[in-house]
Write a protein that binds this ligand. Structure first.
Ligand code: NAP
Length: 332
């Protein structure tokens, strides 16, 4: 396994992480007695392979993902892992964010390493209130680091003007061969400020592995999944590179992100995937392969917009409505 650091000189994390949205999520049809065993086995493989970076959130399965992950991490040894979670973007005051991080730690059963704001605060709440809440959580020892998620370049610029003592380390955004918008402005800006880019949906929810038909509502409702799964040219390119490197398509898609300087956090229901994902870190992907994949996926640099968006529909939904909707759904 190869390792990198979070932000400028932060904690050492594997160049590939694991996402735990699936664990306990109805949208992934994975909220039953199999979840704990799948998470535990996935983490056992992660330890064997040297993957130490894990990502969850308070809204995943309404807290179930954090509970299951926390129990499995404690069972396998807390020191083996760097755990990231997220407080929901409907937490718009500093006090609510601090209470949110306390809840995260209660469910995990330990102090979270990286706390992220899952999505930007809805209008008209000031961005600096949220940033101060995250800083406050770190200052009080409730988290070791903080970062953002789904922040556009403009919001990130704004957020970087807010902090007083503790610098953020990361921004978690959608990034894959089928969604390359971050390359336009966001990724270069983040690099210039020493912020780590954590890539969510790095496999376009499985579409980049060759999966043709959705197997869950989460995939069914995803435009990036449906376009990538039908893109024969991209699928053929992944197949060719995979054959050349004696790897799988998933490994090629993940190795491409690592080559771009991002940390991909692929998710899973089948724990066997963890071993496959880990293999991406040691894949010998040269400039020729990266250049070829760049060219066949060129349309995805601008296909989804000219700059990474700030989830406008969520920003226009009042915080209280967001909270009620997510609570009634039992999380996402
Ligand atoms: N910050 C945010 O707003 C945000 C948003 C979305 C996601 N995330 C994070 O990012 C993580 C990963 O993103 P994601 O879950 O959206 O998608 P992803 O990692 O792109 O795709 C994961 C899915 O790919 C499927 N897959 C992998 N290899 C496969 C194969 N060979 N054949 C068929 N299917 C295969 C897996 O299926 P199985 O389930 O069958 O194993 C898995 O559920 C999440 O878990 C979460 O932690 C964050």
């Amino acid at each position: 396994m190869k390792y990198t650091s979070l932000g400028r000189g932060g904690v050492r994390v594997s160049s590939i992480g694991l996402g735990f949205w699936q664990a306990g999520s109805r949208l992934w049809g994975f909220r039953d007695s199999r979840v704990y065993d799948a998470v535990k086995l996935g983490l056992e493989y992660a330890v064997e392979e040297g993957i130490n970076f894990l990502d969850t959130a308070e809204v995943y399965g309404g807290g179930l993902s954090e509970k299951v992950l926390g129990e499995a991490v404690r069972g396998l040894g807390r020191d083996n892992f760097v755990v990231a979670s997220k407080v929901a973007g409907y937490r718009v005051t500093s006090g609510s964010i601090v209470r949110g991080v306390e809840g995260v730690n209660r469910r995990l059963g330990f102090t979270v390493d990286l706390i992220q704001l899952h999505w930007p605060p809805p209008y008209p709440w000031p961005l600096c209130w949220a940033v101060r809440g995250l800083e406050e959580a770190v200052s009080r020892g409730l988290a070791h680091y903080y970062g953002f998620s789904n922040f556009s370049t403009k919001l990130l610029e704004g957020a970087l003007k807010c902090f007083r003592r503790v610098e953020p380390v990361s921004n978690q955004v959608q990034y894959s061969l089928a969604f390359r918008t971050p390359e336009l402005k966001l990724a270069p800006f983040m690099k210039s400020r020493g912020l780590t880019l954590i890539a969510w949906s790095p496999l376009a929810k499985g579409a980049l592995t060759g999966l043709k038909a959705p197997t869950s509502p989460a995939q069914r409702g995803d435009k990036v999944f449906s376009r990538a799964s039908r893109d024969e040219r991209l699928q053929e390119a992944l197949r060719l590179v995979a054959e050349k490197l004696e790897a799988s398509r998933a490994q090629v898609a993940l190795a491409w992100l690592i080559a771009k300087g991002a940390i991909p956090i692929p998710g899973f229901r089948d724990p066997g995937r963890v071993k496959e994902y880990a293999g991406a870190a040691s894949l010998n992907m040269g400039e020729a392969e990266v250049g070829f994949l760049d060219s066949v996926s060129g349309e995805y640099v601008k296909a989804w917009g000219d700059d990474y968006g700030e989830l406008l529909s969520l920003r226009l939904t009042p915080a209280i409505l967001q909270r009620i909707a997510i609570t009634l759904m039992g999380g996402i």
